[in-house]
Design a protein. Structure first.
Length: 120
């Protein structure tokens, strides 16, 4: 099944926009994490155990957010590569077409709904 060129072009624009957003967010988070690192070394927490625990939890949250962003960015990059290769919109598991509605809502989707359900 041949994908509509206009549809692919629109998805490509979505993906590129998303890519820029992710890069920006990743950058901002990296700065936050770096700032935290710096203050953690020089602040004497002493009797402020509660505050310390809260800061550590926050630090871990930042790290997991960064991980999520990295995975999203990876998927966006992969989808853009597939557009270049002319394989966009094909399920990576069964080679069947991914429904346009699914790609419209989630342009970096790599598998069709059926395979997605099976893998859950
Ligand atoms: Zn599939």
């Amino acid at each position: 099944m041949k994908m509509d060129a206009k549809f692919i072009e629109e998805r490509k624009q979505d993906l590129e926009k998303r890519r820029q957003e992710l890069l920006k967010e990743l950058n901002e988070d990296a700065v936050k994490v770096a700032e935290h690192d710096y203050s953690a070394k020089f602040v004497d927490y002493g009797d402020k155990d509660d505050e310390n625990a809260a800061e550590v939890a926050n630090f871990e949250k930042n790290l997991s957010l960064e991980k999520t962003l990295e995975v999203s960015l990876y998927n966006v990059d992969r989808a853009l590569k597939k557009i270049e290769e002319g394989k966009y919109g094909l399920c990576e598991k069964c080679d069947g077409p991914i429904k346009p509605e699914r790609l419209g809502a989630f342009p970096s989707a790599t598998s069709c709904m059926d395979c997605k359900k099976k893998s859950l």
